[in-house]
Design a binder for this molecule. Structure first.
Ligand code: CP
Length: 309
């Protein structure tokens, strides 16, 4: 049994398979061709934080695969009344085939997985957002690569990360180490990536820049996220000051490669971490990126339950 708790949980070979499978599943979806390998399987989705994309993509995706879903939140389950996470895992995993959790600390999802009889998927924690990066990298491959050889187009490419050293940044770094591209990262002072979390060892998969424009120089993809992630709202005022210069604008995009893409996991705040002219401009692929959450998570759920087909 495999869990998907962070990007480093799967191997290069597994990602090669998954990216090819996502392309096939997306093609079937676009052709209105039924693809229902998960008939009679049930996914429990546990949300301790708000969501639009993750909720819709997992729920629609599981139904499209022939299965069904149970939607749980802290507010309407015993999770919100202090039932231990280990007990919740033991019970829920006896009743469903797969669990997706969006929560706060990675320790919580790790504990759930350790006591679960079924695969567990990280739908976002404070530390990682692996489902988002799976979709983002597929989107990059789709736009610049060869779907029959998905990993090839990533070699030597530069991803510029502008902004918070958060769960998205951590996950991009794990992906870069595994898949062979580089992350040029620029965060305000005090908001750097925590390498106790990323566990990159001596990898040279990233380079740190003081100035965000310098990080964008020669990049093949420029990406960012909100200044204040969910769970950090009490820091909002301090972050507004610290992140003022970390706003992706046309000047930053102009020093990236001419064909560079722009991505944002959404929701976005135009005029804060990104200017409208960028996110709504010709280099932005944010709507493909959002849609690809559906296709990539369908491939992931199929893989975790059925293995390679
Ligand atoms: N990007 C993302 O995870 O979106 P939601 O918070 O809407 O699920």
């Amino acid at each position: 049994m495999k869990h998907f708790l962070q990007f480093s949980d799967l191997s290069l070979e597994e990602y090669d398979y998954l990216f090819k499978r996502i392309a096939l599943i997306k093609h079937k979806f676009k052709s209105y061709e039924k693809h229902q390998p998960l008939v009679d399987r049930t996914l429990a989705m546990i949300f301790e934080k708000a969501s639009t994309r993750t909720r819709v993509s997992f729920e629609a995706g599981m139904y499209q695969l022939g299965g069904s879903v149970v939607h749980l939140t802290t507010a309407d389950t015993q999770l919100g009344r202090a039932e231990p996470i280990e007990d919740s895992a033991r019970v829920i995993s006896r009743m469903v085939d797969l669990v997706m959790i969006r929560t706060y600390g990675q320790d919580k999802i790790n504990s759930f997985a350790a006591h679960s009889r079924v695969p567990v998927i990280n739908g976002l924690t404070n530390e990682f957002h692996p489902c988002q990066i799976l979709a983002d990298i597929f989107t990059f491959i789709e736009h610049v690569g060869d779907p029959t050889n998905p990993l090839q187009c990533l070699k030597g490419k530069i991803v510029a990360w502008v902004g918070d050293g958060n769960n998205m940044a951590n996950t991009w770094l794990q992906a870069a180490k595994l898949l062979g591209f580089k992350v040029h990262i620029s965060t305000p002072r005090g908001y750097e990536v925590d390498h106790n979390v990323t566990q990159l060892g001596s990898s040279d998969c990233y380079k740190v820049f003081d100035h965000p424009k310098a990080a964008c120089q020669g990049a093949d993809l420029v990406t960012t996220d909100v200044w204040t992630s969910m769970g950090f709202e009490s820091e909002n005022n301090a972050r507004r000051v610290a992140f003022n210069d970390w706003c992706v604008d046309q000047e930053m995009m102009s020093v990236a490669n001419p064909n560079a893409l722009f991505m944002h996991c959404l929701p976005a705040h135009r005029g804060e971490e990104v200017q409208a002219e960028v996110i709504d401009g010709p280099q932005s692929v944010v709507w493909d990126e959002a849609e690809n959450r559906l296709h990539s998570q369908k491939a992931l759920m199929e893989y975790l339950l059925l293995g390679t087909l």
